[in-house]
Design a binder for this molecule. Structure first.
Ligand code: ATP
Ligand code: PRP
Ligand code: NIO
Length: 478
């Protein structure tokens, strides 16, 4: 895969902070930053983490080229030559721990943790959030869509409506991770090994004298691979009957009409009629594909109306996450080096939800061994040992809400990816990520997974992490 130069894919304030640290002689001080989001998108109960693969490529390829340096020289800030020289030597030498792609994740828990020179930690914030926020958003939307028809086949059709090429390609990958089976985008297929699928457009039908001729020619070219689009003129009167005619001709030659595609009108009514007509003609193996501005709400509604569509092409609503086009993931400094030690740092807010969780932390999934289900996620300091037997969990805001899990195991969600600049993580193939997603979904009670008004899954702080936060909060607001 091509990795373009993304080093200047950052907000100017990052470079300005780097410059000011360099002027101050503090650029090599280390810090710890965390990326997390505060609110689940789409009213969902969880998100599906994605974006790590691109983050890895980005960090591996961070270099300021002479062209980048020359561009920086032109800026009104008039950065000094010594700083630009420092940028010429810039490499990512920090450590990154991350949640695995395809993992189910929740608000306020660290998804990425960076330990690096403050110089590096600043530069990478913008790109890391950009990749994580978009891909996690699309993976989450895909999971919601798949959830309404888990037995059906889902194809990602969004490239023409995506916010440009990167979004189409990485969005196709995110959709595949979290429930889609294929994409129409061949470049995404080639890069990531995702299965690709395609039917034909209305333009194919329009380019012939008659619909029937267009169907016949298409079926002759792709005898076992034809899905015929039946709504160019009149779905009931010509599209379906013509497709059946061609299906029967194929059958005589020992071939199968793979499918018909409905792309307008009442998809429930039309698919019920089409299924009946196809079955009556003996074309029981021909599947019905549905498309036309679909999302989880429309598909769920169509299912409840008895639609016989078993294969769905979903574009615009998925790839643009139309009902919530951004995930508000943030990147916060949680500890800074002082006299060779890490000191926890806090960001205070009038809104209790927005007060950051200070300190060099990690996050565990607490799984009840009696049920095999995840009970809560648990944020603790990295140097903190978890209790051997019973773990006490309490809500960090409403602390009287608590429970103890007696027979538990703790799975650390943050895995080492870079260690002092060196990649220590084998990037999994996209199919491994997809099966990781499937196994993750099974670990949660359905009440947290439902798409409407799900029950909140708890993300708790260890007593030590909570006390650290309270002490810093008291100090900061004194
Ligand atoms: N039975 C149904 N119940 C609910 N929504 C449906 C149903 N059938 C189709 N839809 C959805 O309704 C939306 C609009 O469809 P509508 O029939 O108004 O326009 P259209 O068929 O695209 O029109 P056109 O013929 O101009 O293309 C689409 O998102 C479509 O998927
Ligand atoms: O509706 P979406 O979920 O975004 O799915 C993709 C849409 O793109 C195509 O339409 P378009 O009108 O672009 O071309 P066409 O002539 O092939 O129908 C296709 O027919 C779908 O309707
Ligand atoms: O293959 C298709 O039917 C297709 C692909 C992209 C967009 N709309 C339809």
């Amino acid at each position: 895969m091509r990795h373009e130069d993304l080093t200047l894919h950052t907000d100017k304030y990052q470079i300005n902070m780097m410059y000011a640290h360099w002027k101050n002689g503090t650029q090599n001080k280390k810090c710890v930053c965390e990326a997390f989001y505060r609110k689940n998108p789409f009213g969902n109960g969880y998100a599906v983490f994605a974006g790590l693969e691109r983050i890895v490529y980005y960090l591996q390829n961070l270099r300021f080229t002479e062209e980048d340096i020359n561009y920086l020289k032109e800026q009104e800030e008039q950065y000094e030559e010594g700083f630009l020289q420092e940028l010429r030597e810039f490499r990512f030498t920090g450590s990154l721990a991350s949640v695995q792609e395809g993992s189910i994740v929740f608000p306020r828990e660290p998804l990425l943790r960076i330990e690096a020179r403050i110089f590096e930690a600043h530069l990478i914030e913008t790109a890391l959030l950009n990749f994580m926020n978009y891909q996690t958003l699309i993976a989450t939307k895909a999971a919601r869509i798949k959830q309404v028809a888990p037995e059906d086949y889902f194809m990602e059709f969004g490239s023409r409506r995506a916010q440009e090429a990167d979004a189409a390609i990485w969005g196709a990958r995110a959709a595949y991770i979290a429930g889609f089976e294929a994409t129409s985008n061949l470049l995404a297929g080639k890069y990531f090994g995702i299965p690709t699928k395609g039917t034909h457009a209305h333009s194919w039908v329009q380019s012939f004298e008659t619909e029937e001729e267009s169907f016949r020619k298409f079926a002759e070219a792709l005898p076992d691979q034809s899905t015929l689009l039946v709504d160019t003129y009149d779905t009931m009167k010509s599209g379906i009957p013509n497709a059946i005619k061609i299906g029967l001709e194929l059958k005589e030659k020992g071939k199968t009409l793979k499918g018909i595609r409905l792309d307008s009108g009442d998809l429930a009514y039309l698919s019920i009629q089409a299924r009946r007509m196809l079955d009556e003609a003996g074309l029981t193996d021909t599947v019905i594909v549905g498309s036309n501005d679909l999302d989880e709400e429309v598909i769920s509604e169509l299912k409840s109306q008895g639609a016989t569509i078993t294969s769905w092409g979903v574009g615009t609503q998925l790839i643009t996450a139309a009902d919530q086009p951004a995930l508000g993931g943030v990147y916060k400094l949680v500890a800074r080096e002082s006299n060779g030690e890490y000191v926890p740092t806090i960001k205070v807010s009038g809104n209790v939800e927005k007060v950051t969780n200070p300190g060099f932390k990690t996050v565990y999934r607490i799984v009840n061994e009696d049920t095999g289900k995840a009970e809560a996620d648990y944020i603790a300091m990295v140097d903190e040992a978890l209790p051997e037997k019973d773990i006490y969990l309490f809500d960090p805001v409403e602390t009287y809400k608590s429970k103890t899990i007696h027979n538990y195991r703790a799975e650390e969600l943050l895995k080492p990816v870079f260690n002092e600049g060196e990649l220590v993580y084998d990037l999994p193939q996209v199919d491994e990520i997809k099966s990781h997603f499937r196994s993750q979904i099974k670990m949660f009670w359905p009440q947290h997974m439902r798409k409407l008004n799900p029950q909140t899954y708890h993300v708790d702080l260890s007593e030590k992490a909570w006390t650290t936060k309270m002490e810093l909060l008291k100090e900061a607001t004194k």
